[in-house]
Write a protein that binds this ligand. Structure first.
Ligand code: UTP
Length: 290
């Protein structure tokens, strides 16, 4: 059994980069081929042995709650029509033994604020944080499973990181520190959305974290930072003064599905791997003669 049992999904952001699509539909309900982003995230957590999913939702996110709820009418209808394979797809959205908890973030005060709201559901235990618009593909071992293994070895918070170009540092939390193992560095500096001149390295934080519960006290003391929001990165910078934090350069391919180009890249690449679609889609792309 995994030592990390809970995953928090902060999905209460406004999703402004996808307006008007996200005016009334949650960004995390946008689908890559036939599955919403949020479900890629929940499956990554389940693959890592996590059994409690905590969703921090905003006002326009009821579709997320519905997606993880039982769909009585649909299930009854599919059963009556003998569509067993479809019924299984619907029922597998929440596998046996997995519990879902939903918490409202009344105002979009930032990622740090959203994570803070999960405290009662998480308790005094380490937990994962997954931002589903960062879609990370690894067929062998999911990103969160890799990071839990690092946690189990070092018993400290672990941040998922990736190398980015210096022009992009202003879009990410950036970290720096000495390498201690392959793919693993100890965090010495951590800063939210620095300019290229102020960035401590080219290592960017992406949407995966394993956090110790000590983060909650730090979040309570964190004031609004970049963009007027309560930043998780600022609380991590405080936590680092008391506990070691590690940066883990995960194995896998990340798609930034919070941006239109990343979303399209994921759509094309997932379609090219899809059992039913791959051949037809390849043919279609060839015909486009790009
Ligand atoms: P983003 O910075 O991607 O913001 O948030 P966003 O609102 O989702 O999208 P854009 O930039 O306006 O298009 C990072 C993560 O933090 C969550 C978001 O839902 C996303 O998963 N978040 C952000 C919250 O849950 N609450 C907040 O107040 C802010």
């Amino acid at each position: 059994m995994s030592s990390v049992k809970t995953a928090v999904f902060p999905v209460a952001g406004l999703g402004t980069r996808f307006l008007p699509a996200t005016k009334s539909v949650a960004k995390e309900m946008l689908s890559i081929v036939d599955k919403p982003l949020i479900q890629y995230g929940s499956e990554e957590a389940e693959e890592a042995g996590i059994s409690k999913l905590v969703f921090i939702v905003g006002r326009t996110k009821n579709s997320i709650i519905d997606h993880f709820d039982k769909a009585y009418e649909l299930e009854t209808e599919l059963a009556m029509r003998g569509k067993e394979d479809m019924l299984k797809i619907v029922q597998d959205v929440v596998p046996e033994g997995v519990d879902c908890v939903f918490i409202r973030q009344p105002e979009a005060l930032g990622l740090g604020h959203a994570v803070m709201l999960a405290q009662a559901a998480v308790g005094n235990e380490p937990f994962a944080v997954i931002l589903p618009d960062d879609l990370i593909y690894n067929a062998e071992k999911g990103c969160i499973r890799q990071m839990i293994e690092v946690y189990e070895k070092h018993h400290a918070s672990v941040i998922g990181t990736q190398t980015v170009s210096m022009e992009e540092t202003h879009m990410y939390g950036m970290v720096a520190g000495p390498q201690i193992e392959e793919r693993l560095a100890q965090v010495e500096e951590i800063v939210e959305k620095p300019s290229p001149e102020q960035a401590p390295s080219d290592q960017a934080i992406v949407g995966r974290y394993i956090l110790t519960p000590a983060i909650f006290d730090k979040l309570k003391q964190t004031e609004r930072g970049a963009g007027g929001e309560i930043q998780l990165t600022d609380a991590l910078a405080e936590l680092r003064n008391e506990e070691p934090i590690y940066a883990y350069s995960f194995e896998g391919k990340r798609y930034d599905c919070g941006s239109k180009i990343g979303y399209l890249q994921a759509t094309v690449e997932f379609a090219l791997q899809h059992n039913e679609l791959a051949e037809d889609f390849k043919e279609y792309l060839k015909q486009l003669e790009l």
